[in-house]
Design a protein. Structure first.
Length: 331
C-alpha cells in the first residue's frame, strides 16, 4: 500500500470539484496496523486512497466521512475494542466500538474538503466583469453566461458560456447555488430566464426597483413561475453607498457571501406584483431606512431606489438631487 497515494488522489478530486475527506491518524495504540500521521483521502462512496488502518476501522471512518460531507463540520473519532459496535458522543470526540479481534485503539481527525460554491454571473456589463474578478478572491468558483462572451475576457472564470440560450446554458452548466444577473440593459429578460433555468438557491438582479418591477412582471407574463420570480432579489447588494462598478460588485458579493454562510436576514424585495415579499438578503434595515429617509428629503426620485437598499438604492449619496436616466444598475 502506497501511503502517499492520498496526495495524488486529493489533487485529482479537487481538480474535478468532487467532495472528499482527509482522514489523519492522530494516535494509534498497539496493536494497530497504522501509526500517527498516516493519512487517507476518503470519498462518500467509501473509496479509501492512502492508509489509516485495516478493515476493522474502515466502516466507522466511512460513516463519519459521509456525515462530515453533509454538514461540512470536521470531527475527531476514536475507534476502540468493544463487545458491541456502539457509537457514543463523548464531548468533542465521537467514539466507535470495534468488535474485531485485532484490538488496538485509533484516534482520527476527519476533515471535509468541499468544492468551492459556484456563482453564476449573467451578463457582460462592467458590474458583471467586476464580480467575476472579485468572486474567486473570496473562494467562489465563477461561471459566466453572456451572449457573445469571449472566454479570454474572463480569465478568472471557471466556465464561460457564450450564449444565454436556455438549451446551451443547460448543456454547459448544472444547477448553481448562487446567481447574479448583471446585464444592465443588454438582454435583461433573456439573462433572467437563463438564470432561473439554473434553479439557483439565491438569485440577485442588479437593477433599480422600478426597472426590476417591470421586468419581473414580464417574466411572469411570459410563463415563468411566479414563485420563482418572487424570490429574485432586486435591487441587489448591501447598502454601502456603492457608486463605481467595482463597489457595486462588492456590495452584491457581500450578499452572496452572507447567503453562503447562512447569515442572510429577511428583508423586503420587489415582486412582480409591485408589492413586497420576504426574501433572503442581508440589507441592514436601519441603514436602509436612514438612506431612504435622507433621500426622500433630497429628492422623491432618489427615494424610489434608496428605499430598496440595493446597489441602486445605495449607489447615489443621499445628498444627490438628480438621478441620471441611466442608473448604476442599468436604468
Amino acid at each position: 500500500m502506497n501511503r502517499t497515494e492520498w496526495i495524488r488522489q486529493a489533487d485529482r478530486l479537487h481538480a474535478a470539484g468532487q467532495p472528499f475527506a482527509l482522514v489523519t491518524v492522530l494516535r494509534a495504540f498497539a496493536p494497530t496496523s497504522s501509526k500517527a500521521g498516516d493519512k487517507a483521502v476518503v470519498t462518500a462512496e467509501g473509496l479509501i486512497h492512502g492508509w489509516i488502518g485495516g478493515g476493522c476501522a474502515q466502516p466507522a471512518v466511512v460513516k463519519t466521512v459521509r456525515r462530515v460531507l453533509l454538514d461540512g463540520q470536521p470531527r475527531t473519532i476514536r475507534i476502540s475494542p468493544s463487545d458491541e459496535s456502539v457509537e457514543r458522543d463523548i464531548g468533542d470526540v465521537l467514539e466507535f466500538g470495534m468488535a474485531c479481534h485485532s484490538g488496538g485503539t485509533l484516534e482520527l481527525f476527519v476533515d471535509p474538503v468541499l468544492p468551492a460554491a459556484m456563482l453564476t454571473v449573467v451578463g457582460d456589463s462592467p458590474v458583471a466583469r467586476a464580480l467575476v474578478s472579485l468572486a474567486p478572491r473570496v473562494g467562489l468558483r465563477v461561471a459566466v453566461v453572456a451572449h457573445g462572451a469571449v472566454a479570454s475576457d474572463f480569465a478568472d472564470a471557471s466556465v464561460v458560456v457564450d450564449s444565454d440560450d436556455l438549451q446551451r446554458v443547460a448543456e454547459q452548466l448544472a444547477s448553481t447555488p448562487f446567481a447574479v444577473v448583471a446585464t444592465q440593459g443588454r438582454r435583461d429578460v433573456q439573462g433572467l430566464k437563463a438564470a432561473l433555468s439554473l434553479q439557483p438557491e439565491r438569485l440577485w438582479f442588479v437593477a433599480s426597483a422600478t426597472k426590476a418591477r417591470v421586468l419581473l412582471d414580464a417574466l411572469v407574463s411570459s410563463g415563468e413561475s411566479e414563485e420563482a420570480v418572487r424570490r429574485i432579489v432586486a435591487p441587489a447588494g448591501e447598502s454601502i453607498g456603492a457608486q463605481t462598478p467595482e463597489e457595486i460588485a462588492l456590495s452584491v458579493l457581500a450578499s452572496v457571501v452572507a447567503a453562503k454562510r447562512g447569515r442572510a436576514e429577511a428583508a423586503p424585495a420587489v415582486t412582480s406584483t409591485g408589492t413586497t415579499a420576504t426574501t433572503a438578503t442581508t440589507v441592514t434595515t436601519a441603514a436602509a431606512t436612514a438612506v431612504a429617509t435622507a433621500a426622500a428629503t433630497a429628492s422623491p426620485q432618489l427615494a424610489d431606489t434608496a428605499a430598496s437598499g440595493g446597489c441602486c438604492g445605495s449607489a447615489k449619496k443621499a445628498a444627490a438631487v438628480v438621478v441620471p436616466p441611466q442608473s448604476c444598475c442599468g436604468g
